[in-house]
Design a protein around this ligand. Structure first.
Ligand code: PAF
Length: 273
């Protein structure tokens, strides 16, 4: 596996790739969720490039950019074990110019939920992925469904900019107790883990209600909110795949989402129905 530190090294590596190229963009602190994306790419492509970059433009002032977990050695090991062909560690100064044209996230898709609470976040995500897609020119790129709104926005960007790659959505990976894997779980103290489980329990509650034929969004959201007490909840939402709020769950076209704080750690979870 090659370690690439500059864009010219990536371009050179890419030039020598034969066959298909899969790309797994990450911010590092890799866990089994990331490993599942890398393994899927390795299965489906002749070459897999993983990027590890804590992208400054998608963090708002006051967010956890500086303390976001970083583990270059451990991450490199995981990429190698999963069968990646190369890992790219970009340099922020090389990635971003002083005066560059901006690509912005689609307005409607990015105006609610994560986009409303973290204004500008999805612009930063689109901006960095646009650069990555131009540098790496992957045939496929892999994204977890846990960041449901991000995934939808990226699909929209790729479609509307006629980008020549396939976005491959990947299932959420959970601990055996249900907690959705996240690099931010490492912020949680032992005494907070049981509170973090409230998110997946609320999602499980929604799933059970739907299985019992309860499709009314207000009733499902009320039951979820009860499960989440006493957490500080940012939102409990039921939307269609265009991220528009809906009154009744539509099987095959619904996402149920939750964002809440466990102490100072903000966690998200969701269910695609
Ligand atoms: O989901 C993430 O980790 C990031 O938003 C991504 C896609 C790597 C872009 O920085």
């Amino acid at each position: 596996m090659q370690i690439l530190k500059s864009i010219s090294e990536v371009l050179e590596f890419r030039k020598n790739c034969t066959g298909s190229v899969g790309f797994v963009p990450t911010m590092g602190a890799l866990h089994a969720g990331h490993a599942s994306l890398i393994k899927k790419s390795v299965e489906q492509n002749d070459n897999t490039i993983v990027s590890i970059f804590v992208n400054p433009t998608q963090f708002l002032p006051g967010e956890d950019l500086d303390k976001y977990p970083r583990n270059e050695v451990g991450d490199t090991k995981i990429c190698e074990l999963c069968g990646a062909s190369a890992v790219f560690f970009p340099d922020a100064n090389e990635m971003y110019g002083k005066d560059e044209p901006l690509i912005l996230a689609p307005k409607e898709l990015s105006s609610s939920l994560e986009g409303a609470l973290r204004p500008g976040h999805f612009d930063g995500v689109c901006r960095v992925l646009n650069k990555f897609f131009n540098i790496i020119r992957p045939d496929r790129a892999y994204f977890g469904k846990k960041d449901a709104q991000q995934l939808t926005i990226i699909q929209n960007m790729v479609k509307n900019f006629f980008m020549n790659l396939e976005i491959v959505p990947c299932e959420i990976v959970r601990e055996s107790d249900g907690l959705a894997l996240s690099s931010r779980n490492s912020y949680l103290g032992d005494d907070e883990l049981c509170y973090a489980l409230k998110l997946s329990r609320s999602i499980m509650k929604a799933s059970n209600l739907i299985k019992a034929n309860e499709l009314n969004a207000l009733k499902i959201k009320a039951a979820m909110s009860e499960c989440l007490e006493p957490l500080k909840v940012d939102y409990v939402a039921i939307v269609n795949r265009n991220f528009e709020p809906i009154e009744n769950v539509e099987l095959g076209n619904t996402i149920i989402l939750v964002a809440a704080y466990v102490g100072k750690t903000r966690l998200i979870d969701n269910l695609w129905v």
